[in-house]
Write a protein that binds this ligand. Sequence first.
Ligand code: FES
Length: 100
Amino acid sequence: MVKIIFIKNNKRTEIEANVGASLLEAANNSGVELFGGCGGAGVCGTCHVYIDERFIKFLPEPENSELDILDIVSNSKENSRLACQVFIQENLDGMEVTIP
Ligand code: FES
């Protein structure tokens, strides 16, 4: 299990997530409110999150299709990702994920 800390409206929620689950699945399985409008297909942008800068280097680069969606979500930043396209890895233990 990997510890992930979701931050929404300045409230921190620490969860234990299974390796291989998406951040969206991990949030939803733990009662963290994170909407995934397209069910995790990576086409709607509602699961937009900001990734802890310290952990960006451990993540695979986003696919072009994810970048296309991030281009159209509001408040997109350098550390923006779609939670349904980021999968839990052992080396993400302690990562903070901010829900805008
Ligand atoms: S749930 Fe739609 S893009 Fe992630």
